[in-house]
Design a binder for this molecule. Structure first.
Ligand SMILES: [Fe+2]
Length: 141
């Protein structure tokens, strides 16, 4: 069962970043399926643990690219990442709260990320990386 499928509009054209975004989307889909099957409680601890690692790996990937290409929006984009890192820390520290509230918080967090952040900040960054060249074509980035 799949509830969310990859939307080509989310593609940045940067292969590594897109692969990481797809991985995030699959986690989001698995959570929605778990909610649908009434077993979100089982899924949450693993998902929050995943997100704790993922924000570090994924945001670092993007920030390294920004720094390597003198991205003018670096400070703004990094501040947003830092806020998202802090939100994951809060989620990880909130393990005692009601699972249904926790589920809602995680769904809101991932929706904002997948819909807003990827569509706006990450695509703006991708346009810069493609323009900059960065030694990578759209297909091989
Ligand atoms: Fe980003």
């Amino acid at each position: 069962m799949t509830l969310v499928t990859w939307n080509p509009a989310w593609e940045t054209g940067i292969q590594l970043i897109d692969a990481q975004h797809r991985q995030l989307m699959m986690q989001f889909d698995a959570l929605l399926v778990a909610v649908h099957e009434n077993r979100a409680n089982e899924r949450l601890p693993g998902l929050v643990a995943f997100l704790s690692d993922y924000v570090e790996t994924h945001f670092s990937t993007e920030e390294e690219r920004m720094q390597a290409t003198q991205y003018p929006g670096f400070a703004e984009h990094k501040a947003i990442h830092d806020d998202m890192r802090a939100q994951v820390l809060n989620l990880a520290g909130d393990s005692q709260i009601d699972p249904s509230i926790m589920t809602e918080k995680v769904i809101n967090y991932l929706t904002d990320w997948l819909i807003d952040h990827i569509n706006e900040q990450d695509r703006r960054l991708a346009r810069h990386l493609v323009r900059f060249g960065a030694g990578e074509s759209r297909k091989s980035l």
